[in-house]
Design a protein around this ligand. Structure first.
Ligand code: 6PG
Length: 262
């Protein structure tokens, strides 16, 4: 390049959206994935130091799958203490584990077979059974109950968001939004995308030490815009009901999700 050449500096990054909680805005999808991935590892290491174990709840959907894959193959994730991790599932579709729509089926294929997580620390939701929600709640209470009182909560809950504002399997105007006395419940109804689901409730998610929402891509931009600028209730946009009590809530966005229609 000669002296006379000029550079055009393209600053194409959108502003950081004023969402409830903290916002980590990355330029690319890859960077957003790494931002949440690195936070999982640092939370995991801190929890293992403090409590001896780490309780991680993962969501399904297409967005986090590249993260789960990366955590297995990228040397930057070598420090993840899988041997001390308990793996929970945020929500599950009422299908057998070998069904293509099973969250556990997908997550376990990516993680369980490729890490040294002990099988006894993997906690699927048996959503095709009638007592799935009660059974999951019992297991949560029992396993988290080994911890000292006050620390008996999930350490990291990874959420996604649907274009309709649902998170976990908490869908707009669905019965699970009103369940206050359970840790997990079935969710059915016209707004619930089939098949029927079992989901962690607001109560359990909002009790977590750290909640991270990974929301990326252009399709999510109109809903994020509505969350920031609209007056909708949590019944209309269920992710608005996420507000950890005594925990942190952090959004991980890429520029496409934060670039809004003008
Ligand atoms: C699921 C979820 C759900 C998901 C959103 C976003 O299993 O479907 O846990 O809440 O996170 O629907 O899904 P995408 O990542 O596919 O957009």
């Amino acid at each position: 390049m000669s002296d006379g050449d000029t550079y055009e500096i393209i600053d194409d990054m959108p502003e950081i959206p004023r969402l409830p909680g903290q916002v980590v805005l990355s330029e690319t999808l890859d960077e957003a994935i790494d931002a949440i991935g690195m936070d999982i590892v640092s939370q995991a290491r801190a929890c293992v130091r403090a409590f001896g174990d780490f309780h991680l709840a993962l969501s399904g959907g297409s967005t986090p799958m590249p993260l789960y894959e990366r955590m297995m193959i990228d040397p930057a994730y070598r420090e993840m203490p899988w041997r001390r991790t308990h793996l929970w599932i945020v929500d599950e579709r009422c299908v057998p584990f070998d069904h293509e729509k099973s969250n556990f089926g997908q997550i376990s294929e990516l993680i369980c077979g490729h890490s040294d997580i002990p099988r006894a620390q993997v906690h699927p939701i048996h959503a095709s059974e009638d007592d799935a929600a009660e059974r999951y709640e019992r297991e949560l209470r029992e396993v988290l109950g080994w911890r000292e009182k006050g620390h008996d909560r999930l350490d990291f809950v990874l959420l996604g968001m649907g274009d309709d504002g649902h998170t976990a399997s908490l869908f707009p105007h669905s019965p699970a939004l009103h369940v206050v006395d359970r840790l997990a419940c079935f969710n059915r109804g016209p707004s619930v995308t089939p098949p029927d689901r079992v989901t962690m409730t607001y109560g359990l998610i909002n009790a977590a030490r750290f909640v991270g929402a990974l929301v990326t891509g252009r399709k999510k931009a109109p809903m994020l815009h509505r969350i920031v600028n609209g007056t909708d209730s949590a019944a209309e946009i269920p992710i608005k009901g996420i507000a950890p009590i005594g925990g942190e809530f952090r959004w991980y966005l890429d520029a496409d999700a934060a670039r809004w229609p003008v």
